[in-house]
Design a binder for this molecule. Structure first.
Ligand code: AP5
Ligand code: ZN
Length: 216
């Protein structure tokens, strides 16, 4: 009953995970969003994570597994969650399997979104995010009705610190080295689905809905 989005930075995991979570009424659990909230609040985890995230490297497995384990204890996670950006290392995937086994839970689907690197760079360099509610925009592909203002909540839009060209390249390299091995980890499980991230967000979402077999 848990859903996992796997794929390089910028393929559209956040965009699609938010939509799927809304459709099937499960919480959207983005470790990136949780870490950014910790950085903003200045918590101990935020202080440890800030410089790592700005450099494009991965935050330690120990911190990530801790925040995910804690998140799964909240009442709204009982029926399952839509993970976005987790797991990202083999160690995290093993830890998730253990956590789920302990709860008698299963992975409903692993959605691996694939997109060419040029397209990824294009998408990330034009991304804007709402500082208040986390809604995701793009200056060309998904602009808000009023420039700089969130359609959903009226909050201000920001460019993420790690969406600069040098950091984007570093994140892509980190993905290849540390996260790509997860494809082999999940590939032979029945819940694995490879989904093309090309085309409009609506088209990609249709592919996902079809893969997981839920009605829209
Ligand atoms: P995280 O926040 O997870 O970032 P990421 O994986 O780099 O993914 P992104 O958010 O960049 O991209 P996305 O695939 O969600 O794309 P989006 O939908 O926004 O992680 C950030 C950092 O936190 C990491 O570097 C690491 O330091 C740390 N961290 C997080 N989790 C961790 C973990 N588990 N372990 C260790 N460290 C961790 O779309 C991108 C853009 O494209 C947007 O502008 C969007 O509007 C646009 N777009 C989307 N779909 C389409 C489409 N179909 N057509 C045109 N444009 C589109
Ligand atoms: Zn907003």
């Amino acid at each position: 009953k848990h859903f996992i989005f796997l794929g390089a930075p910028g393929v559209g995991k956040g965009t699609q995970a938010q939509r799927l979570a809304q459709l099937i009424r499960l919480p959207h659990v983005s470790t990136g969003d949780m870490l950014r909230a910790s950085v903003q609040s200045g918590s101990a985890i935020g202080v440890r994570a800030a410089a790592v995230m700005e450099s494009g490297a991965l935050v330690s497995d120990e911190i990530i597994i801790g925040i995910v384990a804690e998140r799964l204890l909240l009442a709204d996670a009982a029926a399952g969650v839509v993970f976005d950006g987790f797991p990202r290392t083999i160690h995290q995937a093993n830890a998730l399997d253990d956590l789920l086994a302990g709860r008698g839970d299963q992975i409903a689907a692993v959605l691996h979104i694939e997109l060419a690197d040029e397209e990824i760079v294009e998408r990330l360099s034009g991304r804007r995010v709402c500082a208040t509610c986390g809604a995701i925009y793009h200056v060309r592909y998904h602009p808000p009705a009023v420039e700089g203002i969130c359609d959903v909540c009226g909050g201000g839009l920001l460019q993420r610190e790690d969406d600069q060209p040098a950091v984007i390249r570093k994140r892509l390299a980190v993905y290849q080295a540390e996260t790509e091995p997860l494809i082999a980890y999940y590939h032979d499980r029945s819940a694995y689905h490879l989904v093309s991230g090309e085309g409009e967000a609506d088209e990609v979402f249709s592919r996902i809905v079809k893969a997981v077999g839920v009605a829209r």
